[in-house]
Design a protein around this ligand. Structure first.
Ligand code: FMN
Length: 403
């Protein structure tokens, strides 16, 4: 599984750095190609000679050698790996990653890397708990970096708590899992719609809905993790939009704008996931001036918006997969099945408003996957986890179409 996989291991200046020698050994034994980059301070914790011997490649640490003018090309290094792992990740390198500071070879390579990046933080418990570290870890994950969380145990300082780097065997298992399940969508183009649409009434008001965009963004990250080229069309949201080299973002406001962007992209897409909460109707006229308060009632004339899912479902070619989302409050499964048929979709993801922990704005969800002749329930889980399960179901549908 790891044979021929290229793994770049970044080692920073933490006491756990010595453990990375074991990880290098495990990876090389499994057939992976391993290149080690160390920060200047890391070599005080583990010897480059040990790592060069185990990885069978010279360890790189400096931008260039003063004596010879020989220099390490961080752009090439960034393009080389299938996966980049930084272990241990110090608080110092964490904050550099979050702010894009590139004052050493590991950082410039990180900023040039096109592959997925995973980190294994290692810190003393108070450093790990510090508000700055919490904030930085959140930002790092928003940037699409994976985290192998630290364990709780005895720390090098003699204290006991959370912050101990995940053991090399656990990191090895993470890497194996990553390669076994990932890249199923490598080279595939995926269109995802997310969030609400806002339908303007006048220059200051709109008709909108409570969709947060969380589910669609989780899907975008899950598809990117599988190697897909993701095109994410989203409405107005207040959460951070995923930043990932594999995700191209298009920000729109109204259903008509979302429709126009989707129509442009759709012909080249292998998979389309319509998870946005698109307004069914929009005001017939957008008033040029703010509507004044006058009578006790106000009549609004609404006209139908284009049905994005239906249009794309009916236009799809045999090799294309189209997925829709449904939110029903009555006869949920029956209505979702009707929608599957009416929209010519391959799968409807049915959200429930009745279950605790699911629906708008929550971090968790509980859904049903509705296909022709098959319904599967995905119990309450984080939206990231649900997204991974939905993507697995989509991969199965795609594989069945190719048979
Ligand atoms: C003995 C010793 C152990 C250290 N262990 C850690 C650690 O586990 N985690 C951490 O974030 N910093 C640790 N530090 C501090 C880092 O070495 C320091 O912040 C350094 O600037 C990190 O540089 P780098 O991120 O470029 O490798 C340790 C320092 C010393 C002297």
């Amino acid at each position: 599984m790891l044979a021929g996989r290229k793994v770049l291991i970044g080692i920073t200046g933490g006491i756990a750095a010595y453990k990375s020698a074991l990880l290098v050994r495990l990876l090389v034994k499994a057939g992976a190609e391993v290149q080690v980059i160390m920060t200047p301070s890391a070599s005080a914790f583990v010897s480059p000679l040990t790592l060069a011997t185990l990885s069978k490649r010279p360890v790189i640490s400096e931008y260039f050698k003063v004596e010879t003018g020989e220099w390490a090309n961080h752009v090439e290094l960034g393009l080389w790996p299938d996966l980049m792992l930084i272990a241990p990740l110090t608080a110092n390198t964490l904050s550099k990653m979050v702010h894009g500071l590139s004052d050493n070879l590991l950082m410039t390579t990180y900023l040039s890397a096109r592959c997925p990046v995973v980190v294994a933080p290692a810190m003393d418990l108070d450093m790990w708990k510090h508000a700055t570290t919490r904030r930085n870890m959140q930002l790092l994950e928003q940037d699409g970096v994976y985290v192998i969380p630290p364990a709780t145990g005895e720390l090098a300082s003699g204290l006991f708590g959370e912050g101990r780097m995940a053991e090399p065997e656990e990191q090895f298992e993470w890497i194996q899992n990553f390669f076994s399940k990932s890249q199923s969508l490598s080279g595939q183009k995926v269109l995802i719609t997310a969030g609400p649409t806002y339908e303007a009434l006048d220059p200051v008001r709109f008709i909108g809905n409570h969709s947060s965009g969380k589910m669609g963004f989780a899907l975008a990250k899950a598809c990117a993790a599988q190697g897909a080229e993701v095109h994410l069309v989203h409405g107005p949201v207040s959460i951070p939009v995923p930043q990932h080299p594999q995700i191209k973002v298009y920000s729109i406001r109204s259903a008509q704008e979302m429709f126009a962007q989707c129509e442009l992209l759709f012909p080249n897409m292998a998979i389309t996931i319509c998870s946005a909460a698109v307004a069914d109707y929009r005001p017939e006229v957008i008033q040029e001036e703010k509507i004044k308060k006058k009578g006790d009632t106000l009549q609004l004339n609404l006209v139908k918006n284009p049905d994005i899912l239906k249009t794309l479902g009916h236009a799809k070619k045999p090799h294309q997969v189209v997925i829709g989302f449904a939110l029903e409050t009555t006869n949920e499964l029956e209505n979702a099945q009707g929608k599957l048929h009416a929209k010519q979709a391959d799968l409807i993801v049915l959200n429930s408003m009745r279950k605790d922990g699911s629906g708008f704005g929550t971090d968790t969800n509980h859904v049903w996957l509705v296909e022709v002749g098959r319904v599967r329930e995905l119990p309450l889980a984080s939206k990231d986890h649900i997204a991974e399960s939905i993507v697995q179901a989509i991969i199965e549908i795609k594989d069945e179409k190719q048979v």
